[in-house]
Design a protein around this ligand. Structure first.
Ligand SMILES: Nc1ncnc2c1ncn2[C@@H]1O[C@H](COP(=O)(O)OP(=O)(O)OP(=O)(O)O)[C@@H](O)[C@H]1O
Ligand SMILES: [Mg+2]
Length: 346
C-alpha cells in the first residue's frame, strides 16, 4: 500500500533524478511566484529538455501548467507531498511507507519503516489551523514567503505540532517527535486503538484511564506550560502494549500565557470529564470543580473575561511564531549523521 506519491517517488528518484531537480527548483521559485514562469525556471535548469520534462511531470500530476497571464507551472498538493517525502528519504529517516492509520479531512497518517526497521508514524498535514474570519481566511505567511497559502498553513500546523511534542516529550504520554519538514511530521508510532473506538471498557478500566488522562493534562500544564486545546476521546490512543492512554493531535496547542489558555484548558477538561461521566459512568470533576482547579492550581489566575475566549486565539499564536523560519526542518532526532544534504532544500 502506501500513498501515491511514494510509488511515483520510487520510480522518479531512481530512474529520472533530473525530474526531481526540476521539482525542487519549482519549489524554490514558489517563494517568489504563486505560478512559476517557465522563463525563470529555464534559467535554473540547463542541459535538459525542459518541455518534455514538464510534460512528464504534468502527466504524473506533480505539477500543473498555466498559460495566462504568462506561461508557467505550479506544484500540485501531490507534488508537494513528493518533495517532503524526498527530504525524509534522502535524510534516511524512512525507507518505506506502509498502510494508512488515519485518513481524515485535516491530515493523513501512515505507518513508515525506518532504516532500523522501526515502525514510525508519518502525519501529513493537509489543512491549516487557521480559521475563517468574517468570510476571509487568515492569510499569514510568516517567514515562509510562501506563495502557496494552503501549504503555508499546513507547514505551520505541522511545525506547531512538532514543537508541542518536543516540549512535552518524556513528561506527557504522547508520541515522541522525530522530525518535521514542510507539512510532514514524523513521530513515534503508537500501536493501539483510538479510545473512541474501544468497545466494552469496564468501569474500573475507564476510571483508571480517566485518572491517567487528567494527570497528564496536569503535567502538561504545570511542567511544560502546554495546553492541548482540542482534547477529547477522539485524540487519545490506548497503547496496546500496556493499555496506557496516549494523547495525540497537538497542532492547536497554546501556552499557559496565551489569552485563551483558560478557556481552552477548561474545554479540554470538560470534554474528558463529559466523555467518562456520560459513557462510562465515572465520577468525574464537575464544571465547578474544573473551574476551581484551574483558578487555584493549574493556571493560578481568575477566569478572564468572555471576550478573551476566541478573540486572540490565532493572532497570538501567529505572533509567537513570527520569528520561526518554516522553510527549515525541525529535527528532534537524527537517524543518519552521515547524510549531509542541504537541510533547507533537500
Ligand atoms: N503517532 C501515532 N501513532 C499511531 N497512530 C496515530 C498517531 N498519530 C495519529 N494516529 C492515528 O491517526 C488518526 C488521525 O490523527 P490525528 O488525530 O493526529 O489527526 P487529525 O488532524 O485529527 O486528523 P483527522 O482529520 O483524521 O481528524 C488518529 O485518530 C490515530 O488513529
Ligand atoms: Mg484528531
Amino acid at each position: 500500500m502506501g500513498f501515491q506519491a511514494y510509488e511515483i517517488y520510487k520510480e522518479l528518484s531512481q530512474t529520472r533524478p533530473h525530474l526531481v531537480r526540476i521539482l525542487i527548483e519549482i519549489a524554490k521559485l514558489h517563494r517568489k511566484f504563486a505560478h512559476v514562469p517557465i522563463d525563470e525556471l529555464s534559467k535554473k535548469i540547463k542541459n535538459v529538455n525542459l518541455d518534455s520534462a514538464l510534460h512528464f511531470l504534468v502527466k504524473k500530476k506533480l505539477i500543473k501548467r498555466i498559460s495566462q497571464p504568462y506561461v508557467g507551472v505550479y506544484l500540485t498538493p501531490h507534488g508537494n507531498d513528493f518533495l517532503a517525502l524526498h527530504w525524509f528519504v534522502r535524510k534516511n529517516y524512512i525507507i518505506a511507507i506502509g498502510d494508512p492509520i488515519g485518513i481524515g479531512k485535516e491530515s493523513e497518517v501512515y505507518w513508515c519503516l525506518t532504516p532500523n526497521q522501526e515502525e514510525v508514524a508519518l502525519k501529513i498535514h493537509k489543512a491549516g489551523i487557521l480559521p475563517f474570519k468574517s468570510g476571509k481566511r487568515y492569510r499569514i505567511y510568516l517567514n515562509t514567503k510562501d506563495k502557496i497559502p494552503d501549504l503555508a498553513e499546513s507547514k505551520l500546523a505541522a511545525r506547531r505540532e512538532a514543537e508541542a511534542l518536543k516540549k512535552i516529550k518524556g513528561i506527557v504520554n504522547a508520541p515522541k517527535p522525530i522530525a518535521q519538514y514542510r507539512h510532514f511530521l514524523l513521530m513515534e508510532g503508537i500501536a493501539g486503538v483510538d479510545l473512541v473506538k474501544v468497545k466494552g471498557l469496564n468501569h474500573d478500566d475507564a476510571r483508571y484511564l480517566y485518572e491517567i488522562i487528567i494527570e497528564n493534562v496536569e503535567k502538561s500544564v504545570k511542567q511544560c506550560h502546554v495546553i492541548h486545546g482540542d482534547l477529547s476521546e477522539f485524540n487519545i490512543i490506548l497503547n496496546e502494549e500496556d493499555g496506557n492512554p496516549i494523547i495525540i493531535d497537538w497542532p492547536q496547542w497554546v501556552s499557559n500565557e496565551h489569552p485563551s489558555a483558560w478557556f481552552l484548558l477548561e474545554r479540554d477538561l470538560f470534554n474528558i470529564c463529559a466523555y467518562f461521566a456520560q459513557k462510562h459512568d465515572v465520577n468525574t470533576l464537575s464544571s465547578k470543580e474544573i473551574r476551581e482547579w484551574i483558578e487555584s492550581d493549574l493556571l493560578k489566575k481568575p477566569r478572564p473575561s468572555e471576550q478573551a475566549r476566541d478573540e486572540f486565539v490565532f493572532e497570538k499564536m501567529l505572533e509567537e511564531m513570527e520569528d520561526t523560519d518554516l522553510d527549515r526542518p525541525f529535527i528532534v532526532e537524527k537517524f543518519d549523521e552521515k547524510s549531509n544534504i542541504d537541510d533547507e532544500m533537500f
